[in-house]
Design a protein around this ligand. Structure first.
Ligand SMILES: Cc1cc2nc3c(=O)[nH]c(=O)nc-3n(C[C@H](O)[C@H](O)[C@H](O)COP(=O)(O)OP(=O)(O)OC[C@H]3O[C@@H](n4cnc5c(N)ncnc54)[C@H](O)[C@@H]3O)c2cc1C
Length: 473
């Protein structure tokens, strides 16, 4: 990965430089850099939401490499006097698209993908930030364990474990970040350390929900719950039901009562779209996080009474089949806008707000997911994810018609919300940061960021403004 491999990096008497105004790369960094013209650049430049044109992508395979890349980025800013963008990337599935940039530096952690069992039958595991959740589920399944994540296997461990994780087991296991026991972090000053409830608890608090505010997580120690009896490859019931719904408000109200009354093993995700004739097409994915299928069946059968069913089927799958690992490049698969909201009640009012979003010309799809259960067992101040009391998560997938159209389409849902899931939104304005980290959570996270990253080296994507900027708000 130097000039002889075909890239356009400048070699001068003073060494290799990705940009003539930047410092020369130390040999260890020259070994791991990818720049335009390098065959690896096409993959390294893009993520799920956008095609970037970063000047340098570093792909470290060690935490020392991450530290060197962080220090180099700080030096570039110091020398140029410019806020050269710095992105952190784990799986590249981030919805803000902030894990790539134009003209800056990306630290790509995909080579930090280790997996180690730390306790018998993988009840405690050490997982590299660059692993994907599909890889993790495949490693846990033989032990009869599964860890809630996102519902898409290629999503990175680093992004989800630091920002949230509303997965198929949310009601039974809580958020992904609730299973983080320790984090190995590289901070903006180049420090590397383990943090947990005893060692640097403030940083540990911030790393669970605060995304990059506290630094770059390179390794996680996670507890991995057993699924039901813990039988290897324990089957998980996955029910899909399609409905044609005349009255979405009534449907959401019935769905809310059903899922809130169901045992925690049950989780339900709704995906919906306006059919154009006043009706709404709704697809429910209902999951039973236990191999006790006898108890599950009546619960899942009652989902068929929630509305007029077009089609349905139920299969028993091991978790890795539900959240499979898929390799391949990111090619800006979804050039769209997204908005997210945490909603207190899964009731008629939520259905009304979602209806108003779905009929807007900008809205492509709507989603509602059940929260509560184990998500609500954790006190609001225990992590930097403050939204613990809400019953539902709602989001919309929006045609890229501009920010105003996106805001307008989402206005009713936003109005009825009491928080947001920052990593599920393309909105990175300070107003969104204030929704994701409201009140005391935002103040505490801002204080931590001011302490560990006073220059705000990590300022990409959804981040709180610096304290001096906050004073101006
Ligand atoms: C199609 C799709 C489906 C999704 N489904 C779900 C779902 O079911 N449930 C759910 O909860 N979310 C879901 N998401 C949202 C996604 O999980 C989050 O956006 C997550 O942050 C992506 O993680 P990543 O590592 O793949 O992303 P990346 O693009 O690599 O990173 C995103 C951001 O996370 C931060 N970050 C990444 N790695 C680190 C690290 N190691 N240390 C510190 N900060 C870091 C950075 O700010 C970065 O800009 C989905 C996203 C997509 C595109």
């Amino acid at each position: 990965m130097n000039e002889s491999s075909g890239n356009r990096m400048r070699s001068t008497a003073h060494g290799l430089r990705p940009d003539p105004r930047w410092p020369a790369l130390a040999p260890s960094l020259a070994e791991i850099v990818v720049t335009a013209g390098d065959p690896a650049y096409a993959h390294a430049r893009s993520n799920y939401m956008r095609i970037g044109s970063p000047t340098a992508v570093f792909q470290p395979a060690t935490e020392e490499g991450v530290r060197s890349a962080v220090m180099y980025a700080a030096e570039v800013r110091r020398l140029t006097g410019e806020r050269v963008p710095l992105s952190v990337r784990s799986g590249g599935h981030g919805i803000s698209g902030a894990s790539t940039n134009d003209g800056g530096i990306v630290i790509d952690l995909s080579k930090l993908s280790g997996f180690e069992e730390l306790a018998p039958s993988a009840s405690l595991v050490r997982v590299g930030a660059g692993s994907t959740w599909g890889q993790v589920s495949a490693r846990l399944a033989p032990h009869g364990r599964a860890l809630t994540s996102g519902n898409v296997g290629p999503t990175g461990v680093g992004g989800i474990a630091t920002s949230g994780g509303i997965g198929y087991f949310a009601r039974s296991q809580g958020l992904t970040l609730d299973h983080v026991r320790r984090v190995r972090v590289v901070t903006a000053d180049g420090g590397i350390r383990w943090v947990d409830d005893e060692q640097d608890p403030e940083l540990f608090w911030a790393l669970r929900g605060g995304a990059t505010h506290a630094g770059i997580a390179v390794d996680f120690i996670l507890d991995a719950p057993m699924i039901g009896s813990g039988a290897p490859g324990a089957p998980i019931l996955h029910q899909e039901v399609e409905y044609a719904v005349d009255d979405l408000s009534g449907f959401v109200e019935r769905w809310g009562s059903w899922i809130n009354g169901a045992p925690r093993e049950a989780e339900s995700f709704l995906m919906m779209q306006a059919m154009g004739d006043g009706r709404t097409w709704v697809r429910a994915q209902n999951v039973w996080a236990n191999d006790d299928t006898a108890t599950a069946r009546p619960v899942l059968e009652s989902a068929l009474a929630l509305g007029r069913v077009l089609d349905h089927h139920t299969v028993a799958l091991p978790y890795p089949r539900l959240v499979p690992h898929r390799g391949g490049s990111h090619t800006r698969q979804q050039p769209l806008e997204m908005r997210a909201a945490l909603i207190d009640r899964a009731d008629r009012a939520l259905g009304e707000a979602m209806s108003s979003a779905l009929v807007h010309r900008a809205t492509m799809l709507g989603e509602i997911r059940a929260l509560g259960g184990a998500v609500s067992d954790v006190p609001a101040g225990a992590t930097a994810w403050a939204g613990r009391h809400q019953e539902a998560f709602a989001a919309t997938w929006i045609h890229p018609l501009g920010t105003d159209a996106a805001d307008e389409s989402f206005a009713a849902l936003r109005e009825s919300s009491t928080g947001s899931y920052g990593a599920y939104s393309t909105d990175t304005r300070p107003t969104e940061a204030a929704r994701a980290w409201p009140g005391a959570t935002g103040e505490r996270l801002g204080r931590t960021a001011d302490q560990v990253d006073p220059e705000r080296l990590f300022d990409r994507g959804l981040v709180l403004p610096r304290s001096d900027d906050r004073a101006l708000m």
